[in-house]
Design a protein around this ligand. Structure first.
Ligand SMILES: [Zn+2]
Length: 245
């Protein structure tokens, strides 16, 4: 039995108006959703985009990249530990100027140790290194390598989990027990929990450093809409290291 057209349109309007509004938006895949999914250990509410897999730090980084001069096709980009939600998009933008590396993952174009890169000096304009340094015992060697492979005037964008309470970096090279690392550093394979003094390690390497935060870059409404800082997130900061020209 077919429903008369007038009744059908009224019924559709009632259904449409009873649906919850799209409350969040993913800047990577442009999805408008009623909410992001819980994700992480312990679960962070509203962290994960179910369409592209982006979590809050990916959305933060992507939005920050949109603020930079957009001439991607002429920018040599080095991407460490390439996240699937970012790598395809960045590769499409940068073309053959995009290069990804990882210590072990076959998702990257080459396997390399961040503390001993088999790359020439001064060949990249931009580096993305998100949630890598907290796994690297000699993070200062890694920062020296980032500095070395950047061209003068180049920029390294680094994200790490940061204790949000003003503490300095907590690390202990002797601590290898996974359960104790989880308790003290937040994950079983993290070798430290950074404080904002990471800025000083950056600067010791020769970088000029700016520490950007979600709260200083975007309004409360934008932070809510893009779900940049769900409860429990430790990703409010982006360390931007400039290699002097
Ligand atoms: Zn998405």
């Amino acid at each position: 039995m077919r429903m008369p057209r007038g009744r059908l349109s009224r019924w559709l309007r009632v259904v449409f108006e009873s649906m919850p509004p799209h409350r969040v938006q993913c800047p990577l895949c442009c999805s408008r959703l009623r909410g992001f999914r819980n994700f992480g250990q312990p679960p962070r509410p509203g962290a994960l985009c179910p369409r592209c897999g982006a979590v809050e730090r990916h959305r933060f980084l992507w939005l920050y990249l949109q603020r930079l001069p957009q001439d991607a096709a002429s920018i040599d980009l080095l991407h460490f530990a390439p996240e699937p939600c970012l790598s395809g998009r960045l590769a499409a933008l940068h073309g053959d100027r995009y290069h990804s590396v990882d210590l072990g993952s076959i998702a990257a174009q080459s396997r390399q140790d961040i503390t001993r890169l088999a790359l020439r000096d001064a060949v990249f304009d931009r580096i993305i290194c998100s949630h890598v340094l907290e796994h690297v015992p000699d993070d200062q060697a890694a920062l020296r390598e980032l500095f070395r492979v950047l061209r003068p005037g180049g920029m390294a964008l680094v994200q790490v989990p940061v204790a949000g309470d003003g503490r300095r970096t907590d690390e202990d090279p002797e601590l290898i027990d996974p359960d104790e690392r989880l308790r003290r550093f937040g994950q079983h394979d993290h070798v430290r929990l950074y404080g904002l003094d990471l800025r000083e390690r950056f600067a010791d390497t020769g970088f000029r450093v700016a520490v950007e935060s979600c709260r200083s870059l975007w309004s409360n409404e934008e932070i809510r809409r893009y779900s940049l800082l769900p409860a429990g997130s430790t990703d409010d900061f982006l360390f931007v290291g400039h290699k002097p020209a």
